[in-house]
Design a protein around this ligand. Structure first.
Ligand SMILES: [Zn+2]
Length: 207
């Protein structure tokens, strides 16, 4: 057996792969087992077979899955440099926003943001318009509408996105006995976002 004298690095590759997928206390579990990533039975129950399929490991390279959403299988695994691996993860990273799953890279390109920004915000569980917002948040402070009294709200001259409450930009809505203003510019913006989401969903269904 190749690991008779302690655990050679190759054995650790196999052990860490299993930990990522099955050890709930392992730090990386949430990105692997927590996402439903498994190890194929051939490898899960046999270090020997993993060794037979993947050895030798070129120096300095790490075990990488070609498709980030698929399991550890001989077909889906290769040896890659850290840079290649990170690039691969970025290309295929998915985020779930308001119950819909998107490719993070597509959102990043569409809204001119960094992929990491999209991923971080989506993990905070922010709504779509905040995930793709150009406005920077201070780290750790969630987006939060500041609560102001209705009197002061009425006294405002601009909506929270900075559009002026002119007559042609304002529509009045009614909810029971309450009347409220709707910013038409914001309404259009939200509509555009809805279309963008629709297009993205369509694009994702193709690939
Ligand atoms: Zn507005």
């Amino acid at each position: 057996m190749p690991w008779k004298n302690g655990n050679p690095p190759f054995y650790n590759v196999w052990r860490d792969m299993l930990r990522r997928c099955y050890d709930k206390n392992y730090t990386q579990y949430k990105d692997y087992g927590g996402r439903g990533i498994k190890v194929c039975p051939r490898w899960r129950y046999s270090y020997k077979q993993f060794y037979a399929d993947m050895a030798p490991r070129p120096p300095g390279l790490t075990l990488d899955r070609k498709d980030n959403d698929k399991d550890y299988t001989p077909e889906n695994c290769r040896w890659a440099t850290r840079a290649e691996q990170q690039q691969n993860q970025r290309r295929t990273r998915k985020v779930t926003i308001e119950g819909t799953t998107y490719l993070a890279i597509l959102l990043a390109q569409q809204y001119g943001l960094k992929c990491d920004t999209i991923v971080t915000r989506a993990r905070l569980g922010l709504p779509f318009n905040e995930v793709i917002s150009k406005i920077r948040r201070k780290t750790g402070t969630p987006f939060k509408a500041i609560k102001i009294s209705s009197k002061r709200r009425r006294a405002r001259t601009h909506c929270s996105f900075g559009h002026e409450w002119t007559e042609e930009n304002t529509r009045w809505g009614k909810n029971g006995k309450y009347t409220f203003r709707v910013c038409k510019a914001c309404h259009n913006r939200r509509q555009k976002e809805r279309w963008a989401r629709k297009r993205l969903r369509a694009a994702q269904q193709i690939d």
